[in-house]
Design a protein around this ligand. Structure first.
Ligand SMILES: Nc1ncnc2c1ncn2[C@@H]1O[C@H](COP(=O)(O)OP(=O)(O)OP(=O)(O)O)[C@@H](O)[C@H]1O
Ligand SMILES: [Mg+2]
Length: 472
């Protein structure tokens, strides 16, 4: 097995989380910087142009009226200055002269001294003169970008002049540069915080995962005693709860397994010791034939007990591991019950017990493994004989009920202690002094469940009934 070493630290959960968090923050900032700030600049420029256009519409009336009139230039200059003062823009009045092959623009009045302002080429004014509509745009000058709105003045059916409102856009560029700078600074701080925050979160997460890993290693090493502290209700907390539950069940399984092995070896040891004792006694050559026969009978009994115990243990372990193979088929349970009951005739005679069989003469079909159903019926009748006083009456019935088949074995013995009733289906549990090993009912109920059936008990003094239900 390869273990995580220093060489692979870069792939650890913590580092991966830090990397992912930082990458997300970095990507968000990059989008903000590369997409939002250029958009901001063009929007601010558009806003400026709209403002210039609104000024042009609102303040050009007086200037327009001077076009074509005989007003002196000083009056025109006054109107231009007044519009500039009212709007805060530079206002320029350009005359449009039709010349061969196009138009020529010449400045008639300007609110700024030409030497103090950037020389404009007035491309926007040319557009307005051509289209006869208010035009807006920007112009690059050595002093920076300038926004312009050109208002055409129509005189005698043609554009005779254009009033241009212009304002430098340098403050927009400055604003955008400031925003860019602030995004960079805020981004750097956010990135640092994201790195630190994700490192702390990832470290806490990694520590909790590590704790689970250590606990799993403890369990793998067979130590089930230390539960993991559950410190939250989140997914890792749920995992810790599930882990503790698994640990609890493993503890139970482990102690059940130990108990099973201890009880099984004890059960096996008793007849083996007893056999050893009898074999030693039989070695005595002076034994009289009667005693020898009695000892041999005991040997046969112990061998039979060992045989039954080993077969039962094998069945039970196969049932519990799920490796017992069943062969379900259509079975006539009337016939099966009759034949198994018949096997008990000699035993019933010995116990002076009486067995009454109440099954219909017609076929009673069910889908099950006949060998295993016979085994269950044998276990139930055997119990009804062994755990009741001599002379008791046993009744075996088989009938269809509610779409299922019910086999019942009833006896009129002393009944089972109510406290023991809940435990008689546990392996090795015995509720009386009869020398059973306590495996019969455990096997019978597991077998019933394997065939989609159910084994239940109802007991009171003078009447105990075990009922096996099988799908029809
Ligand atoms: N018909 C019954 N009447 C009274 N007690 C019963 C009856 N059937 C079962 N029991 C009680 O239930 C216990 C468990 O029965 P189970 O068949 O599992 O074991 P067992 O008969 O003692 O041993 P095994 O069947 O393995 O030889 C018995 O020890 C007995 O105390
Ligand atoms: Mg039994």
């Amino acid at each position: 097995m390869r273990r995580t070493t220093g060489r692979r630290v870069s792939l650890s959960l913590r580092n991966r989380l830090v990397l992912v968090f930082s990458a997300i923050v970095f990507a968000a900032l990059a989008v903000l910087y590369l997409y939002v700030t250029p958009g901001l600049e063009s929007r601010l420029l558009r806003d400026q142009e709209a403002g210039l256009a609104a000024n042009a519409r609102a303040h050009s009336g007086a200037i327009a009226r001077t076009v074509g009139s005989s007003d002196p230039l000083s009056l025109v200059q006054n109107h231009v200055n007044a519009a500039a003062l009212a709007t805060g823009n530079r206002v320029t009045l350009l005359l449009v002269n039709e010349v061969a092959g196009g138009r020529e623009l010449s400045a008639l009045a300007d609110s700024s001294r030409r030497s103090a302002t950037a020389a404009l080429s007035f491309a926007v004014a040319r557009r307005a003169a051509a289209s006869g509509r208010l035009e807006t745009g920007t112009e690059r000058t050595p002093a920076g970008i300038v926004g312009e709105a050109a208002y055409p003045v129509v005189f005698r059916g043609r554009v005779a002049a254009v009033v241009v409102y212009s304002a430098p856009s340098s403050n927009i560029a400055r604003t955008v540069a400031t925003v860019r700078h602030q995004i960079l600074v805020a981004g750097a701080i956010a990135l640092l915080l994201a790195l630190l925050g994700s490192y702390l979160v990832a470290r806490a997460l990694a520590q909790r995962v590590k704790r689970l890993e250590l606990a799993a290693e403890q369990v793998a090493a067979g130590n089930f005693s230390e539960p993991i502290p559950v410190d939250s209700r989140d997914e890792l907390g749920q995992l810790a709860v599930a882990f503790n539950e698994m640990q609890r069940q493993l503890t139970q399984l482990e102690s059940a397994r130990k108990k099973f092995i201890a009880t099984a070896s004890h059960e096996l040891r008793t007849p083996i010791f007893s056999l050893g004792g009898f074999v030693e006694l039989l070695e005595d050559e002076d034994l009289d034939p009667d005693t020898r026969r009695r000892f041999l009978e005991q040997v046969r009994d112990q061998v039979e007990r060992l045989r039954k115990l080993s077969v039962d243990l094998l069945d039970l372990s196969r049932l519990e591991s799920g490796s017992l193979e069943l062969r379900p088929e259509q079975v006539d349970l009337s016939e099966l019950t009759r034949s198994v009951s018949g096997e008990f005739e000699p035993v019933l005679g010995q116990h002076d017990s009486h067995l009454e069989l109440r099954v219909s003469s017609r076929r009673l079909e069910a889908i099950c493994d006949p060998v295993r159903v016979a085994q269950i019926v044998r276990i139930l009748i055997d119990n009804a004989v062994v755990h009741t006083p001599p002379g008791s009456r046993i009744m075996v019935t088989a009938r269809r009920f509610d779409g299922r088949v019910r086999l019942a074995v009833r006896d009129d013995g002393e009944g089972i202690d109510p406290q023991a009733l809940g435990r008689i289906f546990e392996p090795f549990y015995t509720a009386d002094d009869a020398q059973g090993s306590g495996l019969g009912l455990a096997i019978a109920s597991e077998l019933a469940e394997c065939m989609a059936g159910r084994l239940s008990v109802d007991s009171r003094p003078g009447e105990t009934t075990f009922t096996l239900e099988l799908p029809a």
